[in-house]
Design a protein around this ligand. Structure first.
Ligand SMILES: CCCCCCCCCCCCC/C=C/[C@@H](O)[C@H](CO)NC(=O)CCCCCCCCCCCCCCC
Ligand SMILES: Nc1ncnc2c1ncn2[C@@H]1O[C@H](COP(=O)(O)OP(=O)(O)OP(=O)(O)O)[C@@H](O)[C@H]1O
Ligand SMILES: [Ca+2]
Length: 574
């Protein structure tokens, strides 16, 4: 056996079953080649150290249940296995297991020590302790089972300890992150859907800004990027954030990305009313169709994930459209465009090149920002564009927002971490054309290649109701007023704008505002089955939460948070 203690280098003969191999561990790779005559091609299997999950003495199995046969000569290597094709998008990962037999116990111990040293040296950003929130009611209500049967055994194998909180109410995870001592945790994990992710997002952003003394309510302030990583174990209805950042919604794949400490920066959109930050969004700030679908679906929560299809059909049949004034600040079209037919894949060049532009004062050698940097961003300076019209829907998405229902997403060429979002304006059209638009989310056809659809890559957006359209409209007023009252009764449930602790005061103002913005002349269409009252103002869907505000301003904060993910791996290279 040859070893080099300084640089992690081991080489020896090993057996797998009754075949003999020459095995080699350098700093970055562990590889083995069959040395018997039959293997003329000298086929080598190679596992990057960064993808090793654990090395155990003896013959160890953890699936279907834990079994350890402690022998002196054996060690078992657990590593990431890529499965051919998960779906049209990404690859599923599973736990690979290879059992090696050594010529002596001393050689076996040497291999194990060197593997563990290689892991420490060449894969240093792995988490050791995680805070896990399980929503027992998300999606098909399988969160606890998914964590305990699929995820927890993997964390244990990798030597990760976790503190598990099974939530008992909405916003518990967010409040925990905002208020409790998080010393010693290397990341926060949610087992649930996009709503649970959103709780972690608000907790992590809020806490980071509090600690840095940055005012979240100030639309022009530079928010402090968050160090605490977020992991998502998908167990929800849409799982859009997981699907968009991993390429598949599979709990084991996500658990393995967390274990190896993958790190994917993510753009976040802050949504403001005149004085306050209302919410943060990653996947969808949507008005019109997606707002109405969410509002309708909330009435049918008992249907589980099917509620969105049911609500989608009902709202589609209503054939509503809404007037509005949209203003946006375009991003630099030289860098990328929503119609350039590219995909943001793992290691994306556009996203990595964005880092310098987004953080020009960051010194990577010290990991610090240079002092005397203005707290205020110049991002909102530039020429705003105004579009006025009647829309079926208005959608703003920081990422592609792909999900199992729409594998290429709302904006297939959007980037995870380029500091921009895509603004999709779908103007009023006939029902068949709108169905064509929706249907193109599910196939390979370009959903932007339609005369009533436009898409812009933007840094900020403002929405207001059209001027001159204000007139008393009783039914509308009642609806929005009662929505504001619901929020006042339970501020945490409908709107999380109590991040900074001013919710009650802010929401009272909200109620006054909701009343004033609801005075519109043009009554909407009354379909009968789902809407019995006319309406001309829709609601905003912000990552699956209804906003009580109608007039909002949005700003994209590039690479504000980090996920335990690496973007979508190119499945054609598997
Ligand atoms: C003909 C088939 C058309 C299929 C059209 C599929 C379009 C799918 C687009 C998905 C966009 C997902 C955006 C992600 C949003 C998440 O942050 C948020 C939180 O989880 N989810 C939702 O708001 C939940 C939003 C869920 C939206 C579902 C819309 C379903 C529409 C169905 C329309 C059927 C019309 C049939 C007419 C006969
Ligand atoms: N114990 C709980 N009781 C009630 N609500 C909860 C609880 N824990 C979390 N929640 C709330 O439930 C909402 C929905 O949860 P989650 O996102 O996990 O599932 P989902 O709605 O089925 O999936 P998706 O968001 O992907 O559509 C979240 O917004 C969260 O705030
Ligand atoms: Ca983006």
């Amino acid at each position: 056996m040859e070893t080099d203690m300084d640089s992690v280098r081991v080489e020896s003969s090993l057996w797998i079953g009754n075949k003999r191999y020459r095995a080699f561990l350098s700093g970055w790779y562990f590889s083995w080649t069959e040395i018997d005559k039959g293997n003329r091609e000298k086929k080598t299997i190679s596992v990057p150290v960064s993808e090793v999950i654990g090395v155990k003495e003896g013959r160890v199995e953890i699936q279907p249940q834990k079994k350890v046969e402690d022998t002196d000569l054996d060690f078992t290597l657990f590593h990431v296995n890529r499965n051919s094709r998960g779906n049209a998008q990404g690859l599923t990962w599973s736990l690979g297991r290879t059992q090696f037999c050594c010529p002596s116990r001393a050689v076996r111990d040497q291999w194990i020590t060197q593997h563990r040293t290689a892991l420490k040296t060449h894969s240093p950003s792995r988490p050791h302790r995680l805070l896990v929130f399980i929503n027992p009611f998300g999606g098909k209500k399988r969160g606890k089972q998914i964590f305990h049967s699929l995820v927890s055994p993997l964390f244990e194998l990798a030597g990760i300890s976790s503190h598990v909180v099974v939530t008992e109410r909405a916003n518990q995870a967010r409040d925990y992150i905002l208020k409790k001592d998080l010393t010693g945790f290397d990341g926060v994990i949610c087992v649930g859907g996009d709503g649970m992710f959103s709780e972690l997002l608000h907790g992590v952003i809020g806490r980071t800004q509090q600690e840095a003394g940055v005012s979240e309510n100030d639309l022009t302030a530079m928010l402090q990027p968050c160090d605490l990583h977020i992991g998502v174990i998908p167990a929800g209805s849409t799982d859009c954030v997981c699907f968009t950042t991993v390429g598949i919604n599979d709990p084991v794949t996500s658990a393995l990305h967390i274990i190896i400490g993958d790190s994917q920066p993510l753009d976040v959109c802050s949504v403001h009313d005149q004085s306050t930050v209302v919410r943060y969004s990653v996947s969808l700030v949507g008005y019109g169709f997606y707002g109405d679908v969410l509002e309708e679906s909330e009435r049918h929560r008992w249907m589980g994930p099917l509620r969105y299809d049911y609500a989608g059909c009902m709202v589609y049949m209503c054939n509503r459209s809404y007037s509005g004034l949209v203003q946006y600040l375009p991003s630099d079209s030289q860098i990328s465009s929503p119609r350039d037919n590219t995909r943001c894949l793992s290691g994306c060049r556009v996203c990595s090149e964005s880092k310098e532009r987004l953080f020009p004062h960051f010194d990577s050698s010290t990991s610090l920002y240079s002092s005397n940097v203005s707290q205020y961003s110049t991002e909102l300076e530039g020429e705003w564009v105004t579009v006025e019209g009647t829309f079926k829907c208005i959608s703003l998405t920081c990422v592609s927002s792909s999900c199992p229902r729409s594998p290429k997403g709302l904006s297939p060429s959007a980037h995870l971490a380029d500091g921009t979002a895509d603004l999709i304006l779908v103007r009023d059209t006939n029902p068949l054309s709108f169905l064509t638009y929706l249907h193109r989310h599910t196939n390979k056809q370009d959903q932007f290649d339609l005369p009533f659809v436009e898409v812009h890559r933007v840094k900020a957006v403002r929405f207001s109701l059209p001027p001159g359209e204000e007139e008393d409209f009783e039914e509308e007023e009642e609806k929005i007023q009662s929505s504001a009252e619901r929020v006042l009764e339970d501020p945490g449930k409908l709107c999380s704008n109590n991040i900074a602790g001013h919710s009650q005061q802010h929401l009272t103002g909200q109620k006054e505002k909701a009343t004033s913005t609801s005075r519109l002349k043009r009554p909407g269409f009354v379909c009968g089955p789902c809407c019995t009252k006319p309406r001309s103002v829709s609601v905003w869907n912000c990552d699956g939460e209804i906003l009580p505000q109608t007039e909002i301003s949005c700003r994209i904060h590039g690479q504000l948070v980090r996920l335990f993910a690496r973007g979508i791996e190119d499945s054609t290279r598997a």
